[in-house]
Design a protein around this ligand. Structure first.
Ligand SMILES: [Zn+2]
Ligand SMILES: [Zn+2]
Length: 147
């Protein structure tokens, strides 16, 4: 039964994409680990202790992931564009890197052209869901979302 619990927690921590639910899972995970450590000490069972440490490590990784996602969610967003897949507006800042000259730039400010080597990109990756869309799709989806 405990193996299932561990597996469940790990799957939850790994699969949850959204920062808020991830944070909730991590908090539940930490509470569970605290209870497990209590049981381990009470029953003097080393296996419980090892299991607790294992779950704790996964929860810690989940917490770091949740913090990164929350940070991403708090970034300022650009008006006039939205991802056709996840409806999220792109973040404002040089978060995209040119693959021919490695110059970081804000692709939505430059309309998908590198400011250093002028390379044009036919598709722009969404920072939130990782899907690729053309500039036209990003712009037209924003208009549709607003209408
Ligand atoms: Zn997206
Ligand atoms: Zn470039």
């Amino acid at each position: 039964m405990l193996e299932y619990l561990t597996l469940f927690l790990i799957v939850m921590v790994h699969e949850f994409g959204h920062a808020r639910s991830l944070m909730a899972v991590v908090v539940i995970g930490f509470a569970g680990v605290a209870a497990l450590i209590g049981v381990a000490l009470w029953l003097r069972m080393p296996w419980f202790g090892i299991l607790s440490v294992y779950i704790l490590m996964n929860c810690w990784r989940g917490l770091q992931q949740a913090r990164a996602l929350l940070k991403l969610a708090k970034l300022p967003r650009r008006d006039g564009f939205a991802c056709p897949t996840c409806n999220t507006a792109p973040a404002v800042g040089a978060y995209w890197v040119c693959n021919s000259c490695n110059q970081p730039f804000d692709t939505f400010l430059r309309l998908a052209a590198c400011p250093n080597c002028s390379k044009r990109f036919s598709a722009t990756r969404c920072m939130d869901c990782g899907r690729l869309h053309s500039m036209e799709e990003w712009a037209s989806h924003s208009l549709m979302a607003r209408a």
